[in-house]
Ligand binder design. Structure first.
Ligand SMILES: Nc1nc2c(c(=O)[nH]1)N[C@H]1C(S)=C(S)[C@@H](COP(=O)(O)O)O[C@H]1N2
Ligand SMILES: [Mo]
Length: 502
């Protein structure tokens, strides 16, 4: 085997695999997007990644963790396909076997999903057929011995590979377009809350640049979930089931849910993976039905201590039953900032639980609430060693000035947000260069479940300075000084930044 063989074989393998994956993606777009070979394998990898590594990836890459994962799966696949292509040049059945190994992996990943249906094998089948046909077309001779390396001229092979790659681009883009189109939000009309709240006031963002807005727009709201494609749920056929340790299990259609008494509430959601100073939190106005109303109707039996919620894709979250019974506004939300939930944030319905991190209280694409016990049932993250109770820690963040960016000497606005959902923020303090703690001023107040904007005017002298911030609840509990470890405890810790003053 010479270099010529390796190059042409790799090209044939990569082009065939690309065509197969692209057609598989298109078939998946027409049936079940999540069964697309690359997406299915990517999701299978996510589910099997050790928690600590997943944590690291979310912190390091944020929302692009998904892109990086997909790119790695794709590169791995193409390397394997290149080897298959080289083998096929020597002896076609060997290359074909390599393709089939890859495709079986994709088929298995598609069918191993909890919500898999039999048709979900189709994308893998389409991938196999197309990849094998393309590989055959790009490989010389019936069982191509080395001697007939030039049984197909190099030019002809390049031309064919070009045709196949072009077709792959068309098929793949068509699939991607179909998936994006299906994700457009439908025209649901939301009911009004029983007692509508006055609109949230504009916050400090109207006075100072670079402060996080008091209310985060839906399109800017952070997104954290294990899904590579946003689930597209048809609200016409969707239902919410309340079952488990209850006297009267029942099921609601979307319309039936919308007829129940709705409350409006301002709640700040936060991800446990948010690092000190990190972006994974946001405040929004939610519209929904109290979980306690639903549970009352079902009649909770004694002995239960957990609500296990299930998403349409089989993902589960466990929430302490107490959160639904201690009077806080734990809701099945259907509205976010006056609009139906965006698909990325759980359309048609999700849980929102004030005071608990998203992984224990924020189930998106919700379809079932099961009253049970921690002894009997575990959820996705608690199976992966995260704490079963996830109260949000008191925390604060500096939004401006931005760390390491130079600012001009003089009066500088130091501002940011602080949050302790469920308890509220009583005081925020800032210290410059390890000096005394100075109390900051507040922006508007939207209740204990909502974050608080704060600011302090600082007369900055030229030089390098460190700024630190800490927050306190109204009952005097300070946030912890060190970031809490191990990871299941979530981030706290004072943020400290260095600013260069000119
Ligand atoms: N179905 C589903 N719900 C989910 C998750 C998920 O992976 N799947 N992630 C949870 C986590 S870890 C967080 S922090 C919140 C984030 O909600 P958001 O994306 O609307 O900000 O959703 C929660 N709900
Ligand atoms: Mo999270």
């Amino acid at each position: 085997m010479n270099r010529h063989d390796v190059a042409l074989g790799s090209l044939a393998g990569v082009a065939s695999a690309t065509a197969g994956l692209a057609v598989g993606h298109l078939v998946a777009a027409l049936t079940t997007p999540a069964a697309s070979p690359v997406l299915a394998v990517g999701s299978a990898v996510i589910d099997r990644t050790p928690t600590a590594l997943k944590q690291w990836a979310i912190e390091r890459f944020g929302d692009s963790d998904k892109l990086i994962l997909l790119a790695s799966v794709l590169v791995g696949t193409l390397v394997f396909a290149a080897i298959g292509g080289v083998l096929a040049r020597r002896w076609f059945p060997a290359g074909a076997a390599a393709v089939l190994v890859l495709v079986s992996l994709a088929g298995w990943a598609a069918l191993a999903r909890p919500e898999a249906r039999a048709v979900d094998v189709l994308p893998a089948v389409a991938t196999a057929v197309v990849a094998l046909a393309a590989l055959r077309w790009l490989s010389p001779g019936p069982s191509g011995p080395v001697e007939v390396v030039d049984g197909m001229s190099r030019r002809r092979l390049l031309l064919r590979a070009g045709v196949i790659t072009g077709g792959a681009i068309v098929a793949g883009s068509a699939g991607q377009w179909l998936i994006a189109r299906a994700q457009a939000v439908s025209n649901v009309v939301l009911p009004r809350a029983r007692k509508p709240l006055p609109p949230l006031p504009r916050g400090l963002e109207s006075r100072f640049r670079d402060v996080t807005p008091f209310q985060i727009a839906n399109k800017d709201f952070y997104r954290v979930d294990i899904n590579l494609t946003v689930p597209v749920v048809d609200h016409e056929t969707w239902s919410l089931r309340i079952d488990g340790m209850v006297d009267r299990p029942f099921e609601l259609s979307f319309d039936e849910l919308l007829e129940l008494p709705m409350i409006e509430c301002d709640i700040t959601m936060c991800c446990v993976s948010n690092e000190v100073g990190g972006p994974y939190l946001g405040g929004a106005r939610w519209l929904g039905v109290r979980v306690s109303d639903l549970l009352e109707r079902a009649g909770v039996r004694s002995g239960a201590d957990q609500i296990l919620s299930t998403a349409t894709d089989g993902f589960t979250i466990s929430t302490p039953l107490a959160a639904a019974q201690d009077g806080r506004d734990m809701i099945v939300a259907v509205g976010m900032n006056g609009e139906p939930l965006p698909r990325a944030h759980g359309f048609p319905a999700r849980l929102v639980t004030p005071g608990l991190y998203g992984y224990v209280g924020g189930t998106k694409w919700l379809t079932r609430l099961t009253v049970t016990t921690y002894a009997k049932k575990e959820a996705y993250w608690t199976e992966r060693d995260w704490a079963i109770d996830g109260p949000i820690k008191i925390a604060s963040r500096i939004d401006t000035p931005v760390a390491l960016r130079a600012v001009d000497a003089g009066r500088i606005v130091v501002a940011g947000v602080a949050w302790a959902p469920g308890r509220g923020i009583g005081k925020v303090e800032v210290s410059v260069d390890e000096g005394d703690w100075r109390e900051a001023e507040f922006g508007p107040d939207a209740g204990v479940d909502y974050w608080r904007q704060w600011y302090l005017l600082w007369d900055a002298e030229p030089g390098r300075h460190t700024l630190r911030v800490r927050a306190q609840t109204p009952d005097g509990e300070y946030q912890t000084e060190k970031r809490a470890t191990p990871f299941p405890d979530g981030s706290s810790g004072f943020q400290q930044i260095v600013v260069q003053v000119r």
